[in-house]
Ligand binder design. Structure first.
Ligand code: E4P
Length: 217
């Protein structure tokens, strides 16, 4: 499973990239707004940090506007994947952009049938939002499982990107469900490293090593 960082913060992205295991970045207008910079400049800066898919979202809501914005975003860097909201005009824009060789990430997906439409339109990625469904007492991971199953049934090439992850359990379940990608806020990525038994085990190994060195000194 590929791991993306869900952030527009350059320090966080650099910190994550330094591990050498991050495959891309997802942004959205809210994440970029937090950084207080021009959206295109921020996407350009992110592309300079990490070699991988960099999702950048359009803010138009009509097909022509989304296509024009998508073309502009795609010109920033070859890594850019244009994020398009799952609305009627968005589905039309996905087909248009795909015919021009521009990759899209269809975002704000909350149902398996929406995901079917995105695949039929030729999306590169579909982003089911797990955490936001969990917040409504629905099982967000069921949506990921259903999309994976439907895409497998018909051999769609659209890849499933589990988004809106809130903790390590979401990451594990996304991997078990067969999601191609999971995007994580930095604080969730950081938690995935930890297990108390790793720390306890390492402390004991090092203490035993120090003791044995004293015996042989
Ligand atoms: C994905 O591309 C989105 O940016 C993101 O995962 C949204 O997550 P949130 O529900 O935590 O805002």
């Amino acid at each position: 499973m590929r791991i993306y960082i869900d952030s527009a913060n350059l320090e966080e992205i650099q910190q994550a990239a330094d591990f050498g295991i991050i495959d891309g970045v997802t942004t959205n207008p809210s994440l970029i707004a937090k950084e207080g910079r021009d959206h295109h400049d921020q996407i350009r800066a992110i592309c300079g940090i990490l070699d991988g898919d960099i999702s950048a979202e359009v803010v138009s809501t009509d097909t022509e506007g989304m296509v024009a914005e998508g073309r502009d975003l795609a010109k920033i860097h070859d890594s850019v994947v244009v994020k398009i909201p799952l609305i009627r005009d968005g589905i039309k824009a996905v087909g248009r952009l795909a015919s021009e060789g521009i990759r899209t990430n269809v975002t704000l997906c909350f149902s398996p049938l929406q995901a079917l439409l995105a695949a039929k339109a030729g999306a590169y990625l579909i982003s089911p939002f797990i955490g936001r469904l969990d917040d409504l007492s629905q099982d967000g991971m069921d949506l990921v499982r259903e999309i994976v199953k439907i895409y497998d049934n018909y051999g769609y090439s659209t890849q499933v990107l589990a988004a809106s992850a809130r903790g390590p359990l979401h990451v594990k379940e996304a991997a078990l469900a067969g999601a191609h990608v999971c995007t994580l806020p930095y604080k969730v990525f950081d938690k995935v490293f930890d297990h108390p038994l790793t720390e306890i085990g390492l402390e004991k190994f090092l203490a035993d090593y120090r003791r044995s060195m004293m015996v042989h000194a």
